[in-house]
Design a protein around this ligand. Structure first.
Ligand code: HEC
Length: 252
């Protein structure tokens, strides 16, 4: 009896033939490579492109400019002599005047000061005095050095006390001190026109350690009574030509 819930059988289909066709198709499909299960399936181009990125970074890290892992500059074949360029980019550092070379280095050390005295050295007129035009910064260099090394509790050269400047000497080498002082004395409109030498800065560090109140911030009175002097270490002339990296004198 005809069941109305099932579709009519298509009388024109030869069931045996159709069955064989299905079997042939299945057999053909089973002869094809199984693409997803043997581990050798092709990888999408995008995956390859993505894999290339870390490879590029690895190469850059290992062989790139200025990296320590491997550098052609450091490897020399036996029997060959390598000329080491004087600084990293291979260009010889041009000599410059001492006042410029010290100031350039000093500008970096000045980052210790700029938080309070401002990048323009003008202070804020309220809590922090200006170094531009400061008589203590521009006057006798021993007095200035004592402020940097020990801090200051006032009164300042402006006659009033702004607050307390904490000592800045910790971790400062003579070169750091010499350079930051030279920078302050010759920037922000200050034009002392001299260099505080490394030898003078080294002397200042000694004097600072030998103060009666070593460790305590200096007062304006102590500065003027004891330290209104020029440091006696070997001086460097402002327009002497020096190597900007070593600060050593070079022949003109
Ligand atoms: C944490 C804030 C602070 C930092 C950092 C600081 N100072 Fe000061 N500085 C002061 C204050 C505040 C005064 C004023 C102190 C007072 O009123 O006794 C002062 C005063 C001075 C003075 C005296 C100015 C004058 O004419 O009387 C000089 C010079 C000076 N600082 C230089 C420096 C240098 C150079 C550095 C960096 C190496 C530096 N200061 C870092 C806060 C700071």
């Amino acid at each position: 009896m005809h069941d109305p819930t099932k579709p009519d059988l298509e009388e024109s289909v030869n069931v045996t033939e159709a069955h064989e066709r299905v079997l042939r198709g299945a057999a053909a499909a089973s002869r094809e490579n199984r693409l997803t299960e043997n581990g050798a399936e092709p990888v999408s181009m995008w995956v390859m492109a993505l894999c290339f990125i870390p490879v590029m970074f690895a190469g850059w890290t290992a062989f790139g400019y200025g990296t320590p892992l491997f550098s052609y500059k450091d490897t020399v074949r036996e029997g060959y002599v390598q000329v080491i360029p004087p600084d990293d980019d291979g260009a010889k550092a041009e000599p410059m005047t001492a006042v410029l070379a010290y100031s350039k280095k000093g500008a970096k050390i000045y980052s210790k000061c700029s938080g309070c005295h401002g990048p323009d050295g003008k202070g804020d007129g309220n809590a922090y005095p200006s170094l531009a035009g400061s008589a203590f910064a521009q006057g006798e260099n021993e007095r200035f050095a004592m402020i940097v090394l020990n801090g200051l509790t006032g009164p300042t050269s402006y006659g009033k006390t702004f607050g307390v400047m904490p000592a800045q000497g910790a971790g400062m080498s003579p070169e750091d001190l010499a350079c930051v002082m030279t920078y302050v004395r010759n920037n922000f409109g200050n034009k002392v026109g001299d260099v505080v030498s490394k030898a003078q800065a080294a002397e200042a560090i000694k004097i600072s350690a030998g103060r009666a109140k070593a460790g305590a911030a200096v007062t304006g009175d102590e500065l003027n009574a004891d330290h209104k002097k020029t440091l006696s270490g070997a001086a460097v002339k402002a327009d002497d030509m020096v190597d900007p990296i070593t600060l050593e004198a070079v022949a003109k």
